[in-house]
Design a protein around this ligand. Structure first.
Ligand code: NI
Length: 284
């Protein structure tokens, strides 16, 4: 398994004509759906992904291998990041999970914002459509191990196997592997730092959304402490987090924050994400 050792320029996360995702989309998916005069002639319509974002698992993904039709939403804007202005990185662990991840993606899309999703490998097969949307809509996808085991204390080869299985699972869906790792439980040891071929991403604001499952409390946890350069920890597997986002995203924007991916945050602040580096915030 190759790990990409190069820090990710922000623009590589966007869908662009030269990206592996676009190549995958054009190669794998015949054009379907009505011609709406799009300026993206290669774009294709995926099965209805976001029409009923809160109505449960309306989207089923066949286990039978078939050409993926990434959702290339024609309304996805090109985001412009001003490195001189405040920004924070929303991060979501433990998904993807269609029922909760898709409405979070809808909220981010509505506010032209991006986030980073640290996905668990075993979740990928049944939730591919969420992963495809993340990639198509400019979000960053990170590695949160294959089976959500704690890496610290494991044999180095077992650590590598957990991470590589995740890399393979993600790459099988979107055509490229993650370039960031969030260690499960925020736990790491020197063996992991030495052997991992990617930066280890922690956080500076912990919403404890997994513990309280209370939208108001999640919102308050962020707004009471957020500062420029924060990395905010949430989980895209809870309804309460979905609800919190609907308040949190517009409020953060109204306070002047740009919502960016982890790699965009690092790049904007001139922070290199070398393999083994611990990155928890870009506060000034
Ligand atoms: Ni986790």
């Amino acid at each position: 398994m190759d790990f990409d050792e190069v820090a990710v320029p922000a623009e590589e996360n966007a869908v662009n004509p030269g990206s592996p995702l676009r190549v995958l989309a054009e190669a794998a998916a015949p054009t379907t759906g009505p011609d709406t005069g799009t300026e993206h002639p290669g774009a294709v319509e995926a099965p209805a992904v976001s029409e009923s974002p809160t109505s449960g698992p309306a989207v089923s993904v066949s286990p039978v291998p078939q050409p993926l039709a990434p959702t290339v939403n024609r309304s996805v804007p090109i985001r412009v990041i001003d490195p001189g202005k405040p920004m924070v990185a929303l991060t979501f662990d433990d998904g993807p999970k269609i029922r909760t991840t898709l409405p979070i993606l809808d909220t981010l899309l509505a506010y032209q914002s991006a986030a980073t999703f640290f996905v668990v490998g075993i979740q990928v097969a049944d939730n591919q459509v969420a992963l495809v949307r993340m990639a198509a809509e400019g979000h960053e996808i990170g590695n949160h191990t294959f089976s959500h085991v704690e890496l610290a204390g494991m044999l180095p080869e077992d650590q590598s196997a957990e991470l590589e299985r995740n890399q393979s699972a993600v790459a099988s869906v979107i055509g490229m592997p993650p370039r960031l790792v969030r260690p499960t439980f925020g736990s790491y040891d020197q063996a992991l730092r030495t052997n991992v071929q990617m930066p280890l991403i922690l956080w500076s604001v912990d919403t404890l959304d997994w513990k309280y499952r209370d939208p108001a409390r999640i919102v308050a946890a962020v707004l009471d402490s957020v500062r420029d350069g924060d990395i905010i920890l949430m989980h895209d597997i809870y309804d309460s987090t979905v609800q919190a986002l609907q308040t949190l995203v517009p409020e953060l924007i109204s306070r002047g924050y740009q919502l960016v991916t982890v790699s965009e945050l690092a790049a904007a602040r001139g922070i290199g994400l070398e393999p083994g580096k611990i990155f928890a915030n870009a506060r000034h």
